[in-house]
Write a protein that binds this ligand. Structure first.
Ligand code: DAK
Length: 258
């Protein structure tokens, strides 16, 4: 089954999922989020895929949940229908690394979608914001929690309470994005980063993703123990032996994901 609101292609072990609702600034409709969940699951299940990139257009990564679609809904609709719940659950269960390539607007649910990825590479034109306050709602898929963890309480409060947008430069300074690149180079730089990840052992990459994500859930001492045990466990892998042997032999490692 194809997609109507996004494109998904795999090449060089990288799945690129590009949101494609140009008339609505890639607003996250139920259909788009359903297709995104389906594309992510397909990428997770495809053994050829070693890294996933979610991108939008030059104008917008995604300008938030689809306001037209949401405007008619009642409390019972969104509460009993668990709006976006199942789609978000799928995204959070993806074990392969996901990079958000953000050009243009990443607002509301769009900013939250980018923050659910493992890291964000932003074009210098990108703008981030949680403007739900202007619509009389609060962020709904993690904005108050993930933005606060990323940039701290003061800036998060500022963003959520005023609804102002943050430039890419400010976002990098604040720790929301890992790097800012010229707009024209956004995809090249993101694919280069994804390519680097794709060269590594998937066992190691998956362990790193789990350990870093645990840092957002656990106390420091629990997180440190989790990391140490993960380090110990990786001594059981062939790729650990190969990585160290290759270093000592001054050659590139040949990882086999084992
Ligand atoms: N939804 C629907 N359509 C949108 C849209 C959106 N979020 N954003 C833009 N569009 C549409 C516009 O309506 C316009 O459509 P036409 O009028 O041409 O038909 C077209 O995209 C172009 O937009 P503009 O004409 O406004 O373009 P500008 O360049 O002037 O402005 C903008 C671009 C992105 C700054 C502006 O469009 C804007 O402020 N958009 C709204 C941003 C926003 O408020 N985002 C937050 C949405 S609320 C939940 C979980 C999550 C959420 C909710 C519930 N649960 C788990 C329950 C999330 C909520 C949100 O994200």
């Amino acid at each position: 089954m194809g997609y109507e609101t996004l494109n998904s292609e795999v090449s060089n072990h990288i799945a690129v999922i590009r949101l494609d609702r140009p008339d609505a600034m890639n607003a996250l409709s139920t259909q788009l989020l359903g297709e995104l969940a389906r594309a992510l699951r397909a990428a997770q299940d495809n053994d050829k895929v070693r890294c996933i990139v979610i991108a939008g257009s030059e104008k917008a990564f995604a300008a938030g949940a689809d306001i037209k679609e949401m405007s008619e809904k009642s409390f019972a609709d969104v509460f009993m229908g668990d709006l976006f719940g199942p789609e978000v659950d799928v995204m959070l269960r993806i074990r392969k690394p996901i990079i958000a390539a953000v050009g243009g607007y990443a607002l509301g649910g769009g900013c939250e979608l980018a923050m659910m990825c493992d890291f964000i590479i932003a074009a210098d034109t990108a703008k981030f914001g949680q403007p739900e306050v202007n619509l009389g709602v609060v962020a709904g898929i993690g904005g108050t929690q993930r933005l606060t963890r990323a940039v701290g309480k003061a800036k998060s409060m500022d963003m959520h309470l005023t609804g102002r947008f943050m430039s890419a430069e400010e976002a990098e300074r604040a720790g929301l994005v890992s790097r800012v690149v010229p707009g024209k180079k956004l995809m090249d730089e993101t694919l280069a980063a994804a390519g680097k990840i794709a060269e590594k052992s998937m066992v190691t990459v998956t362990a790193i993703k789990e350990a870093v994500n645990q840092s957002q859930e656990m106390s420091l001492s629990q997180g440190l123990l989790f990391e140490k045990r993960m380090f110990h466990a990786l001594f059981n892998t062939e790729d650990r032996a190969e990585g160290m042997k290759a270093f000592l032999e001054k050659r590139e490692p040949q990882f086999r994901d084992r």
